[in-house]
Write a protein that binds this ligand. Structure first.
Ligand code: ADP
Ligand code: MG
Length: 331
């Protein structure tokens, strides 16, 4: 197997905030003192490990404040880990060698607002040693790709939030990167805009690129990722191929039957997680998992009920998300 496109081990980032926290050296000097209420530390990332294989579209998922942006900043070499490390395209985090093959969209990009799209992309292209002709060709193609053709003569300061996000995605792709890291690329976009970004990501995947993007919005990830990691409070809580996470063995199975009287329903309900009427004289029973199906069907037959359907309910990412967050120990 080829080297991972991205891998990090035991990444930790602790911020010192509040009084004294910001003064260099104070934390070392005062180690062991009881400074509760004076110096404060935020453990933004608390031992995070990840591996992303080349060509994967990887969703880095978690609620606000989970530590996604902090992790991505460490990946990009914008801030140093408190401990831990990793590689990007086989190079140590923050190395220049990886940067040439990397595209990055920050969460809150700041762009030179007086530039128009072509000038803006030309500027970013010039950071990558591209010829003027190559920059122009690529910039035009990307403007088209992100649907900003209509705004070609408009300075970025007159762009809507969604348009800024689109030009940001174009910027991240100017050097035809092998690895694209996007921090909340769909945030602030309307449904059309989200679809455009999804299409761009799908397109990148088809071209064999590796895409690593963060989101706190499950639906976007659910549609396009090969693999996801769910992060809460600075740690990865669940990680794997999307279908494996969703086909987890604890997936519930719903059995629908009819021809049961009240007493029979009550007896069967004892074998189910929930039981409720499903209309037209039908009754729905939710079973904990596959292993409960055979005994339940035997009991149903004993009650002379008619089986209508047996449907495994795949867990949505949303359920996993909520479950995982709920399992959280106090931070
Ligand atoms: N520069 C900083 N100084 C202090 N705390 C920070 C800093 N950056 C992030 N944090 C804190 O770290 C935690 C994780 O933040 P962040 O990585 O932005 O989460 P996410 O991107 O998942 O929403 C939050 O509690 C945030 O307030
Ligand atoms: Mg963030």
């Amino acid at each position: 197997m080829s080297a991972p496109a991205l891998q990090v081990q035991d990444l930790v980032k602790t911020f010192d905030v509040g009084f004294l926290g910001a003064v260099p050296g104070v934390r070392r000097l005062t180690r062991g003192w009881n400074l509760k209420g004076i110096a404060q530390r935020v453990e933004a990332v608390r031992g995070l490990s990840l591996t992303v294989a080349p060509g994967q579209t990887f969703g880095f998922l978690g609620p606000n404040g989970a530590g996604k942006t902090t992790t991505i900043k460490m990946l990009m070499g914008l801030i140093h880990p408190t401990s831990g490390g990793g590689t990007l395209l086989g190079e140590p985090l923050g190395s220049k060698a990886a940067r040439a093959r990397l595209g990055f969209l920050p969460e809150h990009p700041y762009f030179y607002e007086y530039l128009k799209p072509l000038e803006f992309l030309d500027f970013y292209g010039s950071l990558f040693n591209m010829t003027a002709r190559e920059r122009k060709r690529r910039a035009e193609a990307l403007i088209d790709r992100v649907g900003l053709q209509h705004a070609i003569n408009r300075p970025i300061r007159k762009f809507s939030k969604g348009m800024v996000q689109r030009i940001g995605v174009a910027q991240a792709l100017i050097n035809d990167p092998d690895l694209v890291v996007l921090d909340e690329p769909m945030s602030g976009l309307d449904p059309m805009g989200r679809k455009d970004v999804r299409d761009i990501i799908t397109d990148l995947r088809a071209k064999g690129k590796t895409v690593f993007f963060s989101s706190h919005i499950l639906q976007d990830v659910e549609l396009i990722c090969d693999r996801v990691a769910i992060v809460t409070h600075g740690r990865v809580r669940a990680e794997g191929p999307l279908d494996e996470l969703m086909d987890a063995p604890t997936a519930n199975v719903e059995v629908v039957a009819r021809g049961l009287d009240g007493a029979a329903v009550a007896r069967l309900a004892e074998r189910a997680l929930t039981a409720q009427p499903a209309g037209a004289g039908r009754q729905s029973f939710m079973l904990a998992d596959e292993s409960a199906v055979a005994p339940f069907l035997a009991a149903l037959a004993a009650e002379a009920g008619n089986l209508i359907s047996v449907v495994p309910h795949r867990r949505s990412l949303e359920e996993i998300f909520v479950e995982t967050a709920g399992r959280e120990e106090a931070p």
